[in-house]
Write a protein that binds this ligand. Structure first.
Ligand code: GRF
Length: 200
């Protein structure tokens, strides 16, 4: 069976991306990461891609100041690598509408909370965990969802809960959520391949 061809978009460390690559290498995932795109030239994600021998690209407002050129470049890379599914893993840039149209229902994101709570424009990184704790939530978690035109509002595909401990700081909570992110992202992609999660 042909493996699903994944592009990962990541801006930072790339630990979610690494968990997907590792699962693929261990045959726990019938998919392979065929290219990595980052808007951050010094991201850990690009270094990891290089170490893994995976094609990697820095595409940003620095390399492509005109929005249309930015989208065209990304679409060119996706076409070149015959990408089936785009995996956002800590990607800090809004996806241009041209890419959303070309890959409708084929772009996934992982969010470090239980959407629809704690999503939206400024809800990223440590802000999310700070808000969860400040709100006195008893549980948080991770959500994998389809990406559409609105931040964190696309169809929810899978969620996993993490208990918020009374002495949690945003950092300790973030660490436990990240651990489950690594599991749920791989699991969700494999369920899409199996047909038990539908992208529509
Ligand atoms: C993760 O918490 C993810 O949910 C969020 O950004 C973080 C990325 O971590 N969107 P990493 O780059 O995969 O290590």
């Amino acid at each position: 069976m042909n493996k699903l061809r994944l592009a990962v978009f990541a801006s930072h460390e790339g630990s979610n991306m690494q968990s997907i690559i590792d699962a693929s290498k261990q045959d726990k995932l019938q998919a392979e990461v065929v290219c990595v795109i980052s808007n951050n030239s010094s991201s850990g994600a690009l270094k990891r891609a290089e170490n893994e021998g995976i094609a990697f690209y820095h595409v940003s407002v620095k390399t492509h100041p005109i929005e249309k050129d930015f989208s065209d470049k990304i679409l060119e890379i996706l076409n070149l690598h015959k990408v089936d599914l785009i995996i956002l893993a800590g990607y800090m840039k809004k996806i241009p509408v041209e890419i959303l149209k070309a890959y409708r229902n084929k772009i996934l994101n992982i969010h470090p909370a239980l959407l629809p709570k704690f999503g939206g424009k400024n809800m990223y990184g440590m802000n999310v965990h700070q808000a969860v704790i400040a709100n006195g939530e008893k549980k948080s978690g991770a959500t994998v969802h389809i990406v559409d035109e609105n931040y964190d509002q696309g169809k929810i595909l899978n969620q996993i809960e993490v208990v918020v401990l009374s002495d949690d700081t945003p950092e300790t909570l973030a660490q436990r959520v990240l651990e489950v992110e690594h599991k749920i992202y791989v699991e969700t992609i494999q369920k899409i391949i199996d047909g038990s999660i539908l992208l529509q």
